[in-house]
Design a protein around this ligand. Structure first.
Ligand code: SF4
Length: 289
């Protein structure tokens, strides 16, 4: 159980380098889902409060957002870059719900990053603006793997049901296979599960500098076998190995892209850089080098 801390936030709309919006909103600080690889754990502000132990509830966020919108004019807002907007405490505090209502009222489109089936309750609200979009994470095919790496998040079955509901509600959707963890995320099994009538899908390769590599390798050693951990470690050992793997995965994805009707996107973090703001989420694989 995480400790709940009520926070009075000074700012809600933060400018971002992530190309999915010009501002981000994170209604919570920290995240109950507790994914082993979570990139947000390295964020200095969040680290200060203990990402895994404390969940900050930015209780005044809707009021501050209303005030900020008097002088900030976002073109598109990204929701959930360092937290899950639809985690369990959202059911109690409803901060994401209030924020979506405000953005809708101001006709500001948004993109939501989520892996939570709780988003289902919000689909009518999200559908109010046709420009809104959901990136829904589906990076593992089995509940055993989810339990291991995304401890408190939604099961495979619940995610599949939610994907179907999003499609039904006609909200723009991208299936996000990210982070794609070599040898753990299995594309063939994932493609067998997800509905065929989705339009786009991306595969974002895991980044070892952001994603708590030590803990990940340890979990693999304990729960799979040592050789698998070694194979993964080898990929990330140096740039040459990494580039080679990136290339082989690209070939594999190209093969899949011939078989399935979705538009494919392949997102590859730089080997050395902590975060590369040039990552272009809008360039399909068929146009990429
Ligand atoms: S759901 Fe997202 S923000 Fe939450 S722990 Fe997992 S990766 Fe991090």
């Amino acid at each position: 159980m995480v400790k709940i801390k009520i926070i009075n936030t000074q700012r809600v709309l933060s400018p971002t380098q992530i190309t999915l919006g010009d501002y981000v909103i994170n209604p919570y600080r920290g995240c109950e889902f507790n994914c082993t690889y979570c990139y947000s754990q390295e964020n200095k502000n969040i680290k200060r409060d203990g990402f895994k132990q404390t969940l900050g509830i930015k209780s005044n966020a809707p009021d501050i957002l209303e005030k900020e919108l008097k002088y900030k004019k976002p073109k598109r807002v990204l929701l959930g870059s360092t937290t899950e907007c639809f985690q369990h405490q959202e059911l109690k505090y409803k901060l994401s719900e209030k924020i979506l209502q405000i953005l809708n009222k101001h006709r500001i489109p948004y993109t939501i990053l989520t892996k939570s089936h709780f988003i289902e309750n919000y689909l009518p609200l999200i559908a109010e603006n046709k420009e809104n979009k959901i990136y829904f994470t589906f990076n593992f095919h089995s509940d055993d793997i989810i339990k291991l790496f995304e401890k408190n998040s939604s099961s495979v079955g619940k995610r599949l049901a939610t994907i179907k509901e999003i499609i039904k509600s006609q909200i723009a959707l991208r299936i996000h296979i990210g982070p794609f963890i070599p040898y753990i995320s299995e594309l063939d099994k994932i493609f067998e599960l997800i509905p065929q009538n989705i339009k786009e899908l991306d595969i974002e390769l895991y980044h070892q500098k952001q994603g708590n590599f030590k803990a990940l390798i340890l979990a693999i050693k304990r729960n799979f076998d040592k050789t698998l951990a070694e194979r993964i470690r080898k990929i990330y050992k140096n740039k040459q190995n990494y580039d080679q793997y990136v290339k082989s995965l690209r070939c594999k994805i190209r093969q899949f892209s011939k078989k399935y009707p979705y538009v494919f996107y392949y997102i590859v973090p730089d080997f050395d850089e902590f975060y590369n703001p040039r990552i272009d989420y809008a360039r399909p694989l068929r146009n990429a080098g």
